[in-house]
Structure formats: C-alpha cells, structure tokens
Design a binder for this molecule. Structure first.
Ligand code: SF4
Length: 332
C-alpha cells in the first residue's frame, strides 16, 4: 500500500443560510465541513463514519466535484480537483467515480441497463464504438455478478442489490482508480449488504481499486476498511487503523459509537459498557465553541468549551484524536 493517491487537505464547505422570498439575503453560514484532512492510499479502503448530518456525504460530493468546496485542496494523483478547470476535471472524473446510497434513485428508469452502462463508456471514450461498447457492457455486468443478457432489461425489473450492482458497473465503466462509496449498502437488506460488500472486496483485489467508504454504521466498516476516520459535526475527531480503532478507541465520541455496536457473543454483550450519547448532533449553523462534542460528551471538563483540541497523535504517529483527555477505553 502506498500513501496518498487521494490527499484531502483542510477541506472546508460552508453553505449560506438565506432568508426572504424575493430579496434573498444571507443570514448565517452552515459549516457542513470545517477543515477536514485525510489521505487514501493505492489499494486502500478508508472508512469515513459518523451520524447523519456530520458532513461525510458533503466531503464525498466535494471530492468528485458535484459541489465546489469553499476552500482546501483535494489532490488526486498530485492534481488538485478542488481548483482544476473543466478539461482536467473530466479527466479526473474518469479516474475517480462515485456510487450512491440509493440504487433506486440513481438510475434513469427510462434507460435499459445496457444504455445505462454504455453511457459512461462513450462519455469517457473507453471504447472504440457502440459495438465495442456492447461487448464491454456484457463484461462489466458479468464482473459485478450479473449477466450480459441483463443489458436488455430495465432498472425496475431488478432487486435493490442488483440495482446497486448496476450502479457499480456504471462506476467501473471509466476504468477508475478510486471509488467514493457513499453509504453503498445502507438501503439494502442485511443479507444483500454482505453480498455487495464481498463484491466490492473482490473488485478491489482484482482491479487494485482504492475506496473511500462512507457509512454511519461502524459495524459495516469493520469488515471492509483498512483505516477509519470518525467525523463529528464537520470535523474528523479520530483517525487510525481499523484494529486500533476497534480495540483501543481514544475519542469519547468513537467510544460511544462503538459501545452501541452489538457483538455476536451473548456473554460479552451482557458485560459490555454502554455509553449513551445525550441529545442529537447540534446544528452546523451554530456549532458548540471549542470542542464541538462538549455538549454531549460524558468526559467534558471546563477546558473543553474554552479550547479546541487539535487532531494530534495519541498512540503512535498513525493514531490521531482530537480530545484534551484522549485515552483508550475497551468497549467491545
Ligand atoms: Fe469530550 Fe473534552 Fe475530549 Fe471534547 S475535548 S471529546 S468534550 S473530553
């Protein structure tokens, strides 16, 4: 694994909050993403985890430039996605693709599966002509566990898991180096989730893909990610290797999330310490001062609402946490 195919540096995305039906004026700013940095290596899967509304999907959309970041750099193979022009962006979009959560909403119901997969092949010029494209469509469908015959059918004829396979085939059409997987299995039944996760792992080994895997469920990332970054209210609060995170989480928010993940052993489950988080995630329009987690943290002290803790090494250079009182806690 080599570091840094994707380097996100101090990414910020603020949205203006406007009021007024005719004369719209900005009355506040929503700090959806507020200084996020991480890297994803070649062939690596980084999990980006947090409750709904923490900014993880906004990070995903900035990375593929579906939205423009407010500031920061997003380097892919050394080239800045955040500031490049349309020509460079088209080339970068070939290399980095996104798979969305909703396999129902992300496919045009009026297009056949063959047309849906053909579209990116022609757009990115990865085939010579339509005939070559038809052959490639069949290959891609088989690669994701469907068959070439499925090309003639329409999205509504498929189950949720099969539609997500079609979405993955579309993403693979441009021969990308990286997939941004935005909650790719959250809308699927648990049994189907496992099949799609296995498919993603097989594709990663076969094609040496890198993944940014976005999820709200820590139990999902445990099986597919090499490293995990935990986000809270627009910021990364902890980032480290998967085993380190699950065995010795250092940030109180990660500890609370992990304590809610069920374990299969009923004896261990009975003995576990549960950490209940108070309330919901505060608004990104008016986030708590200093440590943003202090309004819900079971370890908060006066200093937590006065000084923002930096994201700093806590147990070796590879394990970072943003907490004045970081210490390991066995919760699983
Ligand atoms: Fe909790 Fe304070 Fe650490 Fe923030 S800095 S996570 S409030 S202990």
């Amino acid at each position: 694994m080599t570091a840094g195919l994707l380097e996100v540096q101090d990414l910020v995305k603020h949205y203006p909050v406007t009021r007024g039906a005719i004369m719209r004026r900005t009355v506040a700013v929503s700090r959806a993403v507020d200084g996020v940095s991480f890297s994803v290596g070649e062939g690596e899967t980084l999990g980006l985890v947090g409750e709904s509304g923490c900014g993880k999907s906004t990070v995903a959309r900035c990375i593929v430039r579906l939205i423009d970041p407010t500031s920061g750099r997003i380097l892919f193979d050394g080239q800045d996605i955040a500031s490049c022009g349309q020509n460079d962006l088209r080339n970068l979009r070939r290399k980095i693709q996104i798979v969305f959560q909703d396999p129902y909403g992300s496919l045009n119901p009026r297009m056949s599966v063959g047309e849906l997969v053909m579209e990116p092949l022609l757009f990115h010029h990865t085939v010579k002509d339509r005939r070559d494209g038809s052959r490639r469509v069949g290959e891609l469908l088989e690669m994701v566990g469907l068959s070439a015959e499925h090309a003639r059918r329409y999205p509504h004829e498929f189950s949720g898991g099969q539609r997500q396979r079609i979405g993955i085939a579309r993403a693979l059409a441009s021969q990308p180096q990286m997939l941004v997987l935005d909650e790719p299995v959250s809308a699927l039944d648990v049994s189907i989730q496992a099949q799609i996760l296995n498919l993603l792992q097989d594709l990663q080994s076969e094609l040496r893909l890198s993944y940014l895997f976005i999820a709200h469920d820590l139990s999902l990332v445990r099986h597919v990610c090499h490293r995990v970054a935990v986000m809270y209210l627009g910021k990364i609060v902890e980032i480290t290797g998967r085993e380190q995170l699950f065995q010795a989480p250092q940030h109180p928010y990660t500890q609370a999330l992990l304590s809610a993940v069920p374990v299969p052993d009923p004896r261990k489950e009975r003995l576990r310490r549960r950490i209940a988080l108070q309330g919901t995630v505060p608004s990104a329009v008016d986030p708590p001062a200093a440590c943003r987690f202090h309004t819900r943290c079971f370890k908060a002290q006066p200093v937590c609402s006065e000084e923002a803790p930096p994201l700093a090494p806590v147990a070796g250079q590879e394990h970072l946490a943003a907490c004045h009182f970081a210490e390991p806690l066995e919760v699983v």
